[in-house]
Design a protein around this ligand. Structure first.
Ligand code: ATP
Ligand code: MG
Ligand code: FE
Length: 336
């Protein structure tokens, strides 16, 4: 089964050709990061306009890289939520036009299901059930993947997503957008034990997360230093913040692994490309004898190959969408 996958939920215009869910023949990503950096974050209207400009050439490139044409495709997969509505609509409208013109089945994909499925691409042995921690710009979900396309959400963030916290702290210490990679880079020169930031605990849901308290603690620390005339070392702040986030994510994940007796654990989403987080998860899993999986950095942040992987398993399960498919900006994982 050859799938042309399209992703346009945020600020990456992406298309990929994926065969049988795990064999990526092409993966083209046109990032708008440079454009949005001027504004310190993604400007939705600009994102939509850029998608409409780029989408056709990105798809053409994906087909060319795969040495295939639309006539070789068996289905079209597209992200229809969650994300920015105007951005999603560009990909959805494009996918519908191709499906109509070529009389191909259309499969709408949940963006986070895509992030999780990115793990299938380079780990041919990975099959459900497994536990997955999704840490991205808009989500922090601890998910039990019970089968392909079947998800049980064990916990999620009550406020900021992990990636959002990285972005906000980066802005506060003057690193700019997008924050995650910049915090990671500068952290290499910092001391992760320099400042004791709180490891957020939330009452109720044992696996829920909260990152707004940590973000506020960083902001308070920075303000305190300024008022008292204490010199701020951005690398120490970044490294200490990164460690606090990592500690909480590792603790929750290991707790769930124990409670649910999982022997496979994967991470997904943009923050999953963070080296410190990966190393900590790898070490914690090794101690428990749990198999640890993670996608390469290029498959962690937004891309269409992951959408093609998810679309394939949806397609096998019989999922088909009509030409009335719409963008759903707040689509929940596991909802159809
Ligand atoms: P969502 O997937 O929840 O809809 P999104 O698509 O915007 O949100 P992703 O593209 O998955 O999010 O990930 C982007 C996020 O990942 C940003 O918040 C970015 O700062 C963060 N990120 C990227 N690389 C790193 C890194 N090396 N370390 C930490 N965070 C990172
Ligand atoms: Mg992005
Ligand atoms: Fe994403």
């Amino acid at each position: 089964i050859k799938i042309l996958a399209i992703e346009s939920s945020c600020d990456e215009t992406a298309a990929a050709v994926v065969v049988n869910g795990r064999d990526v023949r092409s993966n083209v990503i046109s990032s708008q990061i440079a454009l949005h950096t001027l504004y310190g974050g993604v400007v939705p209207e600009i994102a939509s306009r850029k998608h409409i400009e780029k989408i056709n050439q990105v798809i053409e490139q994906a087909l060319e890289d795969a040495h295939m044409t639309l006539d070789d495709m068996d289905a079209i997969g597209v992200t229809y939520g969650p994300g920015l509505v105007g951005a999603l609509l560009v990909g959805v409208a494009e996918a519908k036009a191709i499906a109509y013109a070529k009389n191909l089945p259309l499969v709408g994909v949940h963006h986070i299901e895509g992030h999780i499925s990115a793990n299938y691409i380079e780990n041919k042995d990975l099959e459900p059930p497994f536990l997955c921690l999704v840490v991205s710009g808009g989500h922090t979900h601890l998910v039990k993947v019970t089968d392909y396309g079947k998800y049980e959400i064990l916990g999620k963030t009550r406020d900021d997503a992990a990636g959002e916290a990285f972005d906000k702290v980066a802005r506060a210490i003057g690193l700019g957008y997008p924050g995650g990679p910049k915090i990671e880079k500068i952290s290499h020169e910092g001391n992760p034990d320099a400042i004791q930031f709180p490891r957020a605990k939330v009452g109720g849901g044992a696996y829920d997360f909260s990152f707004s308290g940590l973000k506020s603690a960083v902001l308070n620390y920075l303000n305190g230093c300024k008022m008292k005339g204490i010199e701020i070392h951005p690398a120490d702040v970044a490294a200490s913040f990164q460690k606090a986030v990592t500690d909480v994510l590792v603790e929750h994940a290991m707790h769930a692994i124990d409670e649910f007796g999982m022997d496979r654990f994967a991470i997904a989403g943009g923050v999953a490309s963070n080296g410190t987080l990966r190393a900590a998860m790898e070490e914690a899993c090794r101690k428990k004898g749990v198999q640890f999986y993670h996608p390469s950095p290029i498959l962690c942040t937004d891309n269409a190959a992951m959408i093609g992987a998810a679309a394939y398993y949806d397609f096998l399960a019989g999922k088909r969408d009509g030409l009335d498919l719409n963008a759903i900006p707040n689509l929940k994982l596991g909802e159809r």
